[in-house]
Design a protein around this ligand. Structure first.
Ligand SMILES: [Zn+2]
Length: 307
């Protein structure tokens, strides 16, 4: 008798579960997808998350912006659902990414992939770059693979008479790129894009040394929950805090360093590292360590460096 009752309860519970799944399928999908969000460079629309605003920011951004957010968040739900549980190690690690989804084939079959080992050669002619950054509204997302800082609009990166808008900043430890085979404890990626969707990634290496005050500000506000965007209403942050004084750099054509490994990304890797203290590096690594894709073949690509 007991067995029968239990069995009945089990079946009822299972039916309820299935009903819930079908009734709230899209909702559950969204929630679970939040946990499997691609890192910053995973998709162009990810950066638009930053337009998710607090009521205060909502006034500043305006209704049109809020309407766009709804569209963006609908897009995100679809994209999140498509993002599988890729990882940096094990069965879903970098060697498997290309086989996990047809649209991720570039991860294994692409021939202009990132990161790469950068070798310093005699500097080419000068090609100045500039950053038109200022103190900005910001928010944080722990996307399950790194900590991402989303910035309000109006921070620009200029190169070759092209203007790219800063979308977000995130961190890899250890570094993804190498300088003449030398790695660094951390690499910061500043992702920019044009309205047409062209992506320019600026990378800055971090070596151990003095504390970087903006890192403390960011780490101190690390969101408790993954996949939830947390606005920071009480302080502005200037993305220029992540730029070294000297702007000499390497430039090459590469890809996103995580699925879908999309190519056509303009990489600008600054070769002057910034510093963070060991405490700051350790604090980050307690959350994420080894969130770096291994080096990819250069395949004869031009890497130019500018003094
Ligand atoms: Zn990155």
């Amino acid at each position: 008798m007991t067995y029968k009752i239990n069995n009945f309860l089990l079946v009822s519970a299972l039916s309820l579960f299935l009903v819930n799944c079908s009734l709230f399928g899209s909702h559950s999908k969204k929630e679970s997808a939040e946990d499997t969000k691609a890192p910053a460079e995973g998709a162009a629309a990810t950066s638009d998350q930053k337009t998710n605003a607090t009521p205060d920011q909502g006034q500043a951004f305006g209704q049109k912006q809020l309407d766009q957010e709804v569209q963006v968040s609908a897009m995100m739900t679809k994209m999140d659902a498509e993002n599988m549980n890729w990882t940096y190690t094990g069965d879903a690690g970098p060697k498997q990414w290309g086989a996990m989804k047809p649209t991720w084939q570039n991860c294994s079959k692409g021939n202009r992939q990132s990161p790469i080992n950068l070798v310093w050669r005699k500097p080419s002619a000068e090609k100045p770059i500039s950053f038109n950054y200022s103190a900005s509204l910001w928010s944080l997302v722990d996307n399950g693979r790194t900590l991402q800082v989303n910035f309000s609009k109006n921070n620009k990166f200029l190169i070759d008479n092209r203007e790219y808008e800063l979308n977000e900043v995130h961190f890899h430890s250890p570094s993804e790129h190498k300088l003449s085979k030398r790695g660094f404890p951390m690499e910061v990626h500043l992702k920019h894009s044009t309205p047409e969707g062209d992506v320019a990634m600026v990378a800055i290496f971090i070596k151990e040394g003095s504390p970087l005050s903006s890192a403390t500000e960011i780490w101190n506000r690390w969101p408790k929950q993954k996949g939830v965007q947390v606005p920071v209403p009480d302080a502005l942050l200037n993305p220029a805090d992540f730029l070294p004084a000297r702007l000499s750099y390497y430039e090459y054509q590469g890809s996103l360093t995580s699925p879908p490994c999309t190519e056509g990304v303009r990489w600008v890797v600054l070769n002057t590292p910034l510093e963070m203290s060991m405490d700051q590096l350790t604090a980050f690594r307690k959350k994420y360590s080894s969130n770096n894709r291994p080096l990819q073949p250069i395949n004869g690509r031009n890497v130019t460096n500018y003094p």
